[in-house]
Design a protein around this ligand. Structure first.
Ligand code: PHE
Length: 452
């Protein structure tokens, strides 16, 4: 029989664990900065509420109904040879690509954990502390080393299976992370740059929004909720039949938005207080947090604690990503869990090499001049801006138009206290989600110009 979650709380925490990860802690803060703050936050929140949460419910429905992984679930609902299977493969592919660079970023976290233990910020100025990241970025071998260690950690947990591995870890660590973030946020509140940060984050200057930011907000919203990657389908497949799906989705969705906001409220006061650059891209969190810690008493303890939790937050997400790939190999090819885990981890290691070396230019030297972004950035953009929205579009069409509506309604309502909002939800899934994603696509591909 298929293994199930030990308890409802365990499932919600695991889903939350998969959602809160590098998307919230690493990507969200710098993408907000790159896109001018307030307006971007508005779009992000809007997309999460109107597209993200409804899709989250939809994916849980697919997973719980079929009790299969991403590809298997589409096959069992639409038929073995149905083209809808492709949607499942899309998810697996996205999860695989994301994980290949996710390991590297999480590995940077491990590197900062080590740096913290060595108290690297002593006798350095804020600017010097911040510039340490640049060194790391260019040191491909160091990035690869830590990335591989992180991959091994991920492998270790997934190898052990659902209940023992994923569920237990997620419980304790998510709570700790939240407590630390709240404490840091209270401290940031006392910094002199706090009000400037608030202005940056909550003032809506429409003119500053580049329209490509809208696509990024959409992609990031799907990314942070772990959607369109088969993760939520897979997690839903380990759910017993009476669990309340809309409630779980609401809890996770709202928590993700709140924690994302908390993260930027910790980081941006530091940026403004210590006059660090705003558009710092991928390095932002690694450049600001050590500066913050260095200014605090007990810097070493704090920074060790923070980077430990950072790595764990990444781990509760990376195990979800690896689980998608592994669950599908098990479902489709009958591999044993250990074999599937080993096979996918080895493949991931190879794809993570060019990601690790992207900053050093040691591999694919011509990539950056040719594409305008390095290999790492290209993978990230491909997945977040195109594969995820496309996967989400197809999933909503599948739920809204392909599946029999009595089946969808029954699954939505079963065990839920939110049965009454079914009508609103199915309307969003049928019309609003697909149209919103299509509009963003049309805009981005410049097929039609909305500008006067
Ligand atoms: N949601 C995770 C994050 O924000 C990333 C992720 C995507 C994890 C998909 C699992 C599945 O970091």
């Amino acid at each position: 029989m298929r293994e199930h979650w030990g308890s409802k709380v365990g499932f919600v925490l695991a889903a939350l664990g998969s959602a809160i990860g590098l998307g919230t802690l690493w990507k969200f803060p710098y993408v907000v900065g790159d896109n001018g703050g307030g307006v971007f936050l508005l779009f992000y929140t809007f997309f999460t509420l109107t597209l993200g949460i409804p899709l989250f419910i939809g994916e849980l429905i697919i997973g719980r109904r079929t009790q299969r992984g991403a590809v298997g679930s589409f096959a069992s609902l639409a038929g073995q040879s149905s083209p809808w299977r492709v949607v499942g493969w899309f998810g697996v592919l996205s999860a695989f690509f994301i994980l290949s660079y996710y390991c590297i970023v999480a590995g940077w976290g491990l590197n900062y954990l080590m740096l913290s233990l060595n108290q690297f910020y002593e006798i350095r100025s804020s600017a010097q502390i911040a510039s340490t990241f640049g060194r790391l970025y260019e040191a491909g071998d160091v990035s690869l080393f830590w990335g591989t260690i992180f991959l091994l950690l991920t492998f270790g947990v997934v190898y052990q299976g659902i209940r023992k591995g994923i569920e237990q870890w997620s419980r304790i660590l998510m709570v700790l992370l939240l407590l630390l973030l709240v404490a840091l946020c209270i401290y940031s509140f006392t910094l002199s740059g706090f009000s400037e940060a608030l202005q940056f984050l909550f003032r809506f200057k429409w003119r500053e929004l580049q329209y490509s930011g809208i696509l990024q907000a959409l992609g990031l919203s799907l990314f942070t909720l772990s959607l369109a990657q088969g993760v939520i389908i897979t997690y839903g497949s380990y759910l017993p039949p009476n669990s309340d799906l809309p409630k779980a989705a609401l809890i996770v969705g709202i928590a993700v938005v709140l924690i994302s906001f908390l993260t930027v409220l910790v980081i941006y006061p530091v940026v403004f207080t210590f006059h660090l650059p705003i558009n710092e891209g991928a390095g932002l969190i690694f450049e600001t947090m050590p500066v913050l810690f260095a200014s605090l008493p007990g810097a070493m303890v704090l920074s060790v604690l923070f980077f430990t939790l950072f790595v764990f937050a990444a781990l509760t997400s990376s195990i979800a990503l690896l689980e998608v790939v592994v669950a599908n190999l098990i479902d489709l090819y009958g591999l044993s869990r250990p074999k599937a885990a080993i096979f996918s981890s080895v493949a991931l290691f190879f794809v993570s090499i060019p990601c690790a070396l992207a900053g050093s230019g040691a591999l694919f030297k011509e990539w950056l001049p040719m594409y305008g972004v390095n290999f790492f950035g290209t993978l990230d953009a491909l997945v977040s801006n195109w594969l995820l929205p496309l996967g989400a579009l197809l999933t909503s069409l599948f739920l809204g138009w392909r599946l029999p509506s009595c089946l969808v309604r029954e699954e939505f309502k079963r065990g839920s206290i939110f049965g009454k909002i079914y009508g609103g939800w199915i309307f969003l899934i049928r019309w609003i989600v697909p149209m919103a994603i299509l509009l963003v696509f049309i805009y981005e591909s410049k097929i039609y110009s909305f500008d006067k």
